[in-house]
Design a protein. Structure first.
Length: 386
């Protein structure tokens, strides 16, 4: 399969009136012009403006064996975009005074290893804990498969949730807390245990009761048992090496959640997006949304002078949302990937514009598609302004 040449597509597209939605739709469709959509997996895309979809479509196949197409109701795994729902769960518990962001992690996971440093929930939420990342090389010789080799995260090896959690609780810090921003999936896995220990419910149960049901996200859930049937699910696929045009199924057999694990659809996700404007969760106050926009230093109350040379993530990562500015507008965003799934979510609150892209083809990265959509949108927006 040819790689999507989005830059070249932009050069070939003519940007006309912003007011013509059909024009926008056709240009987004063109981002998939290099894909054989009748025989390949691809993506579902939602473009939201002022609370409604201005583009909402599926591309390619959700299931190659049965030739089922991706639609706006197709359910995808969204990788690390799931962290927003874990962070919101912690924020709801804090709003109810069940816990405090400044509580030590040990307070809510009593059998945790002694870090010999105070690690707070706030450290974990914003990746300032000093914990490493279990997926990569931060913890060599800690995870092994059945034949004693290094554990392969993805679909090759298997551990139960209980086994994974037991190992998570034994992993030490790799640096002192607050040394620097260090993205840690491990930390969000530990947050799932905090939610379970403080609420008496699994993360799946808690999020279903406190987030998904109140928002009417009836197709969305944390999948802590990947053996269960999921209606309308897109299977994940990777290209078969050496066999052009052929694919292999690439699905996880691991069920741990917190750092990932949410399954959702485009038609469900708009409800999460719109909740940032009109909160229906917890006490239904906008203060909960304001909490979700506080970075580590805001939440900790630290009095620190921020210089211009500070890396973006250190000061802009807030409850699993990155903040930056694109085309002159504030953007909250996060991406995700796991096995063959990728996802990207961007929200521009000042103009009530959002893009959510969910893909089930490892060769197509959701962030590339999202970047293409935003470029089209802002090119047309600029044309109208002029």
């Amino acid at each position: 399969m040819k790689k999507l040449l989005i830059t070249l597509l932009f050069a070939s597209l003519s940007f006309n009136s912003w007011a013509n939605p059909t024009d926008l739709n056709l240009k987004i469709d063109a981002l998939f012009s290099d894909i054989d959509l009748n025989n390949s997996p691809a993506c579902s895309v939602g473009v939201i403006e002022a609370g409604r979809f201005i583009h909402n479509s599926g591309y390619g196949l959700a299931n190659l064996e049965h030739s089922i197409r991706n639609t706006s109701d197709t359910v995808f795994r969204i990788g690390s975009v799931s962290k927003q729902f874990t962070a919101m769960s912690i924020a709801i518990l804090e709003e109810r005074d069940v816990l405090s962001f400044n509580d030590s992690l040990q307070q809510h996971i009593p059998d945790l290893i002694n870090y010999k440093e105070e690690v707070t929930l706030n450290h974990i939420i914003h990746h300032f804990s000093g914990l490493g990342d279990y997926e990569y090389s931060d913890y060599p010789n800690r995870f092994f498969n059945a034949v004693g080799e290094q554990f392969r995260w993805g679909n090759e090896d298997y551990m139960s949730n209980e086994e994974i959690h037991s190992l998570f609780k034994t992993l030490p810090l790799i640096m002192r807390p607050e040394t620097k921003f260090w993205y840690s999936n491990l930390g969000y896995g530990l947050l799932s245990m905090v939610i379970e220990n403080t609420s008496g419910m699994t993360l799946r149960q808690f999020a279903n009761k406190e987030i998904f049901k109140p928002l009417g996200m009836n197709r969305s859930f944390f999948n802590d048992n990947v053996n269960l049937v999921v209606k309308n699910r897109a299977d994940g696929y990777s290209e078969r090496e050496g066999y052009p045009g052929e694919y292999e199924i690439n699905m996880t057999n691991l069920s741990n959640v917190g750092d990932g694990g949410v399954y959702t659809s485009i038609n469900d996700f708009i409800k999460w997006d719109q909740n940032f404007y009109n909160n229906k969760l917890g006490k239904k106050s906008h203060e909960l949304i304001e909490v979700m926009e506080r970075n580590f230093f805001d939440t900790a109350g630290a009095d620190i002078e921020i210089g211009q040379d500070i890396k973006r993530d250190e000061y802009s990562y807030a409850f699993a949302q990155n903040i930056d500015y694109r085309n002159g507008y504030k953007r909250w965003s996060h991406s995700g990937s796991w096995v063959a799934y990728t996802a990207q979510y961007s929200r521009f609150p000042e103009i009530e514009f959002s893009v959510i892209t969910l893909c089930n083809n490892e060769a197509i990265h959701a962030s590339d598609i999202a970047d293409g959509i935003m470029e089209i949108y802002f090119q047309q927006h600029k044309a109208v302004d002029e």
